[in-house]
Design a protein around this ligand. Structure first.
Ligand SMILES: Cc1ncc(COP(=O)(O)O)c(C=O)c1O
Length: 371
């Protein structure tokens, strides 16, 4: 039986009538940029995450960039970022003119290694960006302690982890900012690009509201250099149709992940991810490490059986050509480049069927039995 890595049509099919009605309503309103649907969506997400402010933006990458602009990060500053994450996390740091400090990640959770972050601190470090990778919150107790002791801003990249909790608190609400993405593959996936910043700080929220509209305040007066980072009305309106279903999607992902964990744990040749006792993951991805250089063989074996997999991410960011000569700390990353060559993500979307999941488990198990 073929198993798709990801199939959004299954999630959207039962919601078609609601989506059609929403589109008709927004088209009739002739209000397409920001507006009442964006404001309502911001309030709903803020309520869901228990954040004082949520500001809708054009993408998760722009959310990270705008957060750093609002914090005044720029040339001469350093920002601690994990070397193993999506490109946009570090790309936004470099776009402000600041220098990324490449921090290693943990093999068990794939999240930032705080001992390495501490070792790489310098007086120029102004912020740390913990990424809650694959849906699991980073060790926020240590992040907040390190930031408190060293006067660092905390910008959480919560693109993959909307709704995840750490010690009972929502990821994305610990630091100065949490940055969300609504890219279609995310747990709350939109219909194009979209993002959001959460903050409890009213002044920072106000700055973000101005930055997303060219730094304009009042009309045609620009005290700040902003950009067009606005969220569309249609995007927000459609995301509002999906938000009430998010916990249900999370529960289905969790069920798949727990089954994979129990059925694949102990298999010689792979390492399953560890979930920290403090964290509740929302399983944006279920990612294993394939040991002994056998990832491509396993991937090809699964492909031959029609089972889709993905590699998030094939390179440590310090290896990317556009970062050559940029950044600090790349010479001391014993784990990130190796992890990038071991990771393989298995199908783990909410609508995956139990029989399909069993097919994946059976195929992975038989690959290693064959030796
Ligand atoms: C960890 C992480 N950070 C940032 C982003 C950027 O989000 P977007 O694609 O909405 O720009 C993504 C998503 O692609 C991501 O997975």
């Amino acid at each position: 039986m073929p198993v798709a890595f990801f199939d959004l049509s299954r999630q959207h099919e039962p919601l078609q009538d609601a989506f059609q009605a929403t589109c008709a309503r927004v088209l009739e309103s002739n209000r397409f940029v920001l507006g009442p649907d964006v404001q309502a969506f911001e309030e709903e997400v803020a309520g869901y995450l228990d954040s004082h402010h949520a500001i809708g933006l054009s993408s998760g990458t722009d959310a990270l960039l705008v957060a750093m602009m609002a914090l005044g990060i720029g040339p001469g500053d350093e920002v601690l970022v994990p070397a193993f994450t999506f490109f946009g996390t570090a790309g936004s740091v470099v776009r402000t003119g600041a220098t990324p400090v490449w921090v290693d990640v943990r093999e068990d959770t794939f999240n930032i290694d705080l001992a390495d972050a501490e070792a790489k601190l310098s007086p120029r470090c102004r912020a740390i960006v913990p990424v809650h990778l694959f849906g699991q919150p980073a060790d926020m107790e240590c992040v907040m302690a390190l930031a408190g002791q060293n006067d660092l801003y905390v910008l959480e990249d919560v693109a993959q982890a909307i709704g995840a909790t750490y010690q009972g608190t929502r990821a994305g609400t610990f630091g100065e900012f949490g940055a969300l993405s609504f890219y279609p593959t995310k747990n709350l996936g939109g219909f194009g690009d979209g993002g959001m910043l959460m903050t409890d700080d009213a002044a920072l929220a106000e700055t973000v509201v101005r930055l997303r509209n060219h730094g304009m305040y009042p009309k045609y007066v620009h005290p700040l250099l902003g950009g067009n980072f606005r969220l569309d009305s249609l995007q927000a309106a459609l995301l509002r149709d999906k938000l009430p279903r998010l916990d249900h999607y999370h529960a289905a992902r969790r069920e798949h992940a727990e089954a994979y964990l129990s059925e694949l744990a102990g298999l010689d040749g792979i390492a399953v991810p560890t979930v920290s006792r403090d964290a509740e993951s929302v399983w944006n991805q279920f990612t294993i490490r394939v040991l002994d250089g056998r990832r491509e063989d396993l991937r090809a074996f699964l492909r031959d059986r029609g089972i889709g997999t993905e590699i998030y991410y094939p390179y440590s960011l310090h290896e990317q050509e556009c970062f050559a000569g940029i950044g600090r700390g790349g010479e001391s990353l014993p784990k990130a480049p190796r992890i990038a060559r071991e990771v393989l993500s298995l199908p783990c979307f909410p609508e995956l069927k139990e029989a399909e999941r069993s097919e994946v488990v059976e195929a992975v198990t038989s690959f290693f039995r064959k030796g």
